[in-house]
Design a protein around this ligand. Structure first.
Ligand code: F6P
Length: 366
């Protein structure tokens, strides 16, 4: 009997739980007699490069992978089949659409189906390829939790735990030195990591992209936390947060194929603005950065990632292409890729968790 082949790949920024998804796919596939799993290196690049970079994934290869952070397949958040970076003769860069060439190559390689594990950018690529006839299933990943149509993406809870642990540590040093601490966390346009960790860690101020902040509100909260010079204040700020009337803080990376502005620096800006507004207490900034994406996934994310992997493979077996597996408590369901990427999942300022944060006295800056 000829084996059928499913190709798995990971795209976008890495995230704890990617390997657990890969393991779930391979373990579920191994229960069928007629399916083989191959992994593509660095998103679709493994197919687009010459020589092709793919590897066979069997049960031995994925043993114990539910614990391991990162992705054994490697990943990239640059380029892709629809926007492959090409260097012009004058040294500048442009992009080329190599999607048709890639689809022909996949056919030649005997790939019957593809599982693309990635965030919004990756699932947009999935949709584009599905519309061109590829049998593809999406799996939602990102620490930002900004994909709609799924209650949670895997990796998010691990990032929240890392941020919460960091707040727990900052609280003791802030109290010892009577300091204001500003902790900058990831999340791009979404404030989910900041909001969740601020509540879990008992922060005093939480600033998110969805609610532009008024510096005077933050200053007032800081002063409330001090009795003359004694006191402390913990501020959690999302990297995409912005003051009322202002924009985001970030830089162009200049990296070929990188289509985002690299967010970062808002904590230092806020510290300077607070000083300028008359705050005299010591202020220190902590930027967690990629610590939030590294290391082992917590149990919740291992379980969710495993469920996504098993179901994604079952979607392949059932021929449910053009869909993304999604967590709708208490079920793992399928949603169309089109719906999945239509709108980002952002914090609604009127939502339950914002209400809870304000209910325990967290200043949201509005
Ligand atoms: O989307 C995930 C994310 O970690 C964001 O929270 C962050 O802004 C971005 O990726 C960082 O990307 P890079 O690893 O390319 O710097």
């Amino acid at each position: 009997m000829a084996l059928k082949r499913v190709m798995v790949l990971t795209g976008g920024g890495d995230c704890p739980g990617l390997n657990a998804v890969i393991r779930g796919i391979v373990k579920r596939a191994s229960q069928e007699n007629d399916w083989e799993v191959v992994g593509c290196i660095e998103s679709f690049n493994g197919v687009l490069r010459e020589p092709t970079e793919i590897e066979i994934l069997d049960e031995k290869r994925v043993e114990g992978l539910q614990i391991q952070g990162g992705t054994i397949l490697g990943t990239t958040n640059k380029g892709g089949p629809f926007a492959w970076p090409v260097k012009n003769s004058d040294g500048t860069w442009t992009t080329a659409d190599r999607s048709d060439e890639m689809l022909r190559k996949l056919q030649y390689m005997g790939i019957d189906a593809v599982i693309n594990i990635g965030g919004d950018g990756s699932q947009r690529i999935s949709l584009g390829l599905y519309n061109k006839g590829l049998n593809i299933v999406g799996v939602p990943k990102t620490i930002d939790n900004d994909l709609s149509m799924t209650d949670y993406t895997f990796g998010f809870q691990t990032a929240v735990q890392i941020c919460t642990d960091a707040i727990d540590k900052l609280v003791t040093t802030a109290a010892s030195h009577n300091r204001v601490f500003i902790m900058e966390v990831m999340g791009r346009d979404a404030g989910w990591i900041a909001l969740h960790s601020a509540i879990a860690g008992g922060a005093d101020v939480c600033l998110i992209p969805e609610i532009p902040y008024d510096i005077q509100k933050i200053k007032a909260k800081i002063e409330k936390r001090y009795n003359k010079r004694r006191g402390n204040c913990i501020i959690v700020i999302a990297e995409g947060a912005k003051p009322v009337g202002g924009g985001v803080t970030g830089t162009e990376t200049g990296e070929v194929g990188y289509q985002h502005i690299k967010l970062g620096g808002i904590a230092e800006k806020l510290a300077a603005d607070l000083k300028a507004a008359g705050v005299e207490h010591d202020i220190r900034c902590t930027i967690l950065g990629h610590l939030q994406r590294g290391g082992t996934p917590i149990a919740f994310d291992r379980i969710l990632a495993t469920e996504f992997g098993v179901r994604a493979m079952e979607f392949v077996l059932e021929g449910r292409f053009g869909q993304m597996v999604a967590y709708h408590h208490p079920d793992i369901i399928g949603v169309s890729l089109e719906e999945a990427v239509r709108n980002p999942h952002l914090v609604d300022p009127n939502e339950r968790l914002v209400h809870t944060a304000k209910g325990v006295g967290i200043e949201m800056g509005d």
